[in-house]
Design a protein. Structure first.
Ligand code: DON
Length: 302
């Protein structure tokens, strides 16, 4: 595995320079583009890394899985009264469908859906960001995971699109808390700073029937774990979910910080990171690395 990871990174490194670092959040535009890392964590606790696997980056939309899992933990199936679990076929920050569908987001991974999940968590937790940070610290086994406040503030200053979505949902009665407060919370969890190792470990319960071995926590039931993986497989990469299923064949979740996490049910979690994105907002080299690795090992679930 170790030799294979080095080989895969060498193979995809020439893609660096062909994508574009996210710049709609100004603080993300400063990240040096020529970075590439990968971590693979096995259900038996074995860890393999290559490249910049220990360098922290902004997890961005990958955090939407943690907020969804927390909402499922406290509210179960009731959350689906507020949003769906269908792929949107639209960019992650699109407003178009939201009005046509009466303020009910298609799924929890597009921004509108993640904002509804943040609203649900805001109603439940006294301090939603701290509760998520502590949850992620336990899952990753890293007690130093923290929010990068500079990035959270930069997102808040450039919140027009996300604010428009949240206020539109409020106009349809699908938003219950103060919009600005929920936006602050959402930007803070997107601005959690983690590295590939942290994320591969934090997602391991999704490869292991909902159980996180190193924290000793049954995070979700077996059935709920299958359901979260199914939403990742159908919506985790937005309007590129079909391409990801075709090329990689695993449940996955991406973020505009350039991270992608993928789950091999019953076996491994993988986190790959490279900051330059393709047109759909997913890591260009990261997708390619997962494609090569999945093909070489035969990981596709299809
Ligand atoms: O709200 C936003 O636009 C960002 N905080 C998260 C977007 C994101 O990561 C989309 N992923 N590919």
């Amino acid at each position: 595995m170790q030799a294979l990871l080095n080989e895969v990174l060498d193979q995809v490194r020439p893609l660096i320079g062909k994508g574009k670092v996210a710049d709609y959040i100004p603080a993300l535009a400063d990240v040096p583009a020529d970075q590439l890392g990968i971590a693979v964590y096995g259900n038996d606790g074995e860890l393999f890394t290559a490249g910049d696997a220990q360098t922290p980056f902004s997890i961005q939309s990958i955090s939407k899985v943690f907020s969804l899992v927390q909402a499922i933990q406290h509210s179960g199936e009731a959350i689906w009264e507020r949003l769906g679990h269908e792929p949107s076929g639209q960019p992650f920050n699109s407003l178009l469908q939201l009005e046509l569908e009466n303020g009910r987001p298609r799924n929890p991974f597009i921004n509108a859906g993640a904002l509804v999940i943040s609203d649900i968590n805001q109603s439940r937790f006294a301090a939603p960001v701290l509760s998520m940070r502590d949850f992620v610290r336990r899952l990753s086994g890293n007690a130093h995971v923290a929010v990068d406040n500079r990035i959270a503030e930069s997102e808040y200053q450039h919140r027009a699109r996300n604010a428009a979505m949240a206020y539109l949902m409020q106009s349809f009665g699908n938003f219950h808390n103060d919009v600005e407060m929920v936006l602050r919370g959402y930007f803070s969890h997107c601005a959690l700073s983690m590295n590939c190792v942290d994320l591969a470990k934090a997602f391991c319960f999704l490869a292991n029937d909902g159980f996180c071995k190193h924290s000793g926590e049954q995070v979700l039931s077996v059935r709920q774990t299958q359901q979260v993986n199914s939403i990742m497989a159908t919506s985790g990469l937005y309007d590129e979910a079909g391409n990801f299923a075709y090329r990689v064949g695993l449940p996955g979740k991406s973020g505009v910080g350039g991270g992608i996490v993928a789950v091999v049910p019953g076996q491994y979690t993988i986190c790959v990171w490279s900051p330059e994105l393709n047109a759909a907002g997913n890591s260009l080299a990261g997708m390619a690395a997962l494609e090569v690795l999945s093909e070489r090992i035969g990981w596709s679930v299809f």
